[in-house]
Design a protein around this ligand. Structure first.
Ligand code: GDD
Length: 312
């Protein structure tokens, strides 16, 4: 796992119980080969990346290395450990590979909703790096016959989301204001729209993708889009607050190039995987606010601060 600025490992250890962690770094090919050799996995899910879009302008080269070339290194580790030569010999067994692709690859869209055929126009170094990883995954499938697939995931959220992302920033902000720890929440562009779903539903889609007979890429999203302002309104209302009294827009959170509106067409996933999201937008937002109210009440208002700042 390559390091982002979040203390994720501590978080992971608390959740995983007796699951064994093996060290690997997306910047280090040898460490990935060693990890795959040691574990001899049936399936590999690459969810590792620099995934916070604003950080990708600050550290564009590192984002290319981790989020883009990191995919190449994982695929190469699988190829080498499976004994697949560059001339496409069959190799030993088959490790199935899942790549976390993203709706950020669609970027500035001209077609709504977006499906597997929609062209890419990424708007950040992050989106560009993810597009590289996406095409490379397809290329290893076509070049070496590997079971390598991409899930083009729209935004997926839960109370475990990092506090730098807007859903969690809002749920934590609402909880802090409600409990009297803060009075204001500073946000960027309230007019951007996203197709937000529950992360647990999306993990189910990833597993279904690797369980198919034939490898294929899928768009995963709810098909419903909301503006950031609607998210804010719903979250504050759930806590009995009026967002107009607390939200301040701050140019520090405006991006150099924005993705204005994303909305998934998940028809292929529904038809071929039998996948449908179980949790809708309202339930998701209210669940996140409730979780943060509980967390903050238990921690005396300190929870979330360890994630650091989200301005870029
Ligand atoms: N983070 C953040 N903070 N976003 C804000 C804020 C703010 O204060 N104010 C407005 N926004 C807007 C952003 O400009 C963006 O349009 C939208 O809220 C969502 O921002 P994020 O929650 O940071 O997510 P994202 O859409 O950029 O990217 C996330 O989803 C992608 C699709 O699954 C990340 O998880 C990506 O890694 C992922 O690929």
């Amino acid at each position: 796992m390559a390091g982002q600025s979040n203390p994720r490992v501590r978080h992971l250890r608390q959740l995983l119980g007796d699951v064994r962690l093996v060290r690997g770094d997306l910047l280090d090919q040898g460490s990935l080969i060693a990890a795959v050799e040691r574990v001899q996995p049936d399936e590999v899910y690459n969810l590792a990346a620099i995934s916070y879009v604003p950080m990708s302008w600050q550290q564009a080269e590192l984002t290319g290395e981790v989020t883009g070339l990191g995919v190449l290194r994982v695929l190469e580790a699988i190829r080498v450990c499976s004994g697949i030569s560059a001339s496409r010999s069959p190799g030993r067994g088959q490790i199935r590979f899942y790549q976390a692709s993203t709706s950020e690859m669609f970027g500035q869209v001209t077609v709504t909703p977006q499906n597997e055929q929609t062209p890419f126009h990424p708007r950040s170094p992050y989106g560009v790096a993810k597009a590289y990883g996406h095409f490379l995954t397809q290329n290893y499938r076509e070049s070496y016959g590997m079971f390598a697939v991409s899930g083009i995931m729209f935004n997926h959220e839960s109370p475990r989301r990092g506090a730098e992302f807007v859903t969690r920033k809002v749920s934590l902000g609402v909880a802090k204001i409600k409990l009297g720890y803060e009075r204001q929440l500073r946000l960027g562009n309230l007019h951007a729209s996203r197709d937000w779903g529950f992360a647990g539903d999306y993990v189910r889609a990833m597993q279904l993708m690797l369980g198919q007979d034939q490898p294929a890429d899928y768009v995963i999203g709810t098909g419903v889009t909301h503006a950031v302002e609607a998210l804010v309104e719903r979250a504050f209302r759930h806590a009995g607050l009026d967002w107009h009294d607390h939200v301040v827009t701050d140019t520090a959170f405006i991006r150099p190039a924005e993705v204005d509106r994303l909305c998934a067409d998940p028809a292929k996933a529904r038809d071929e995987l039998g996948w449908e999201p179980k949790m809708g937008f309202e339930e998701l937002v209210c669940m996140m606010v409730d979780a943060d109210l509980e967390l903050l009440a238990a921690s005396g208002g300190l929870a979330g601060d360890s994630f650091g700042t989200d301005s870029w």
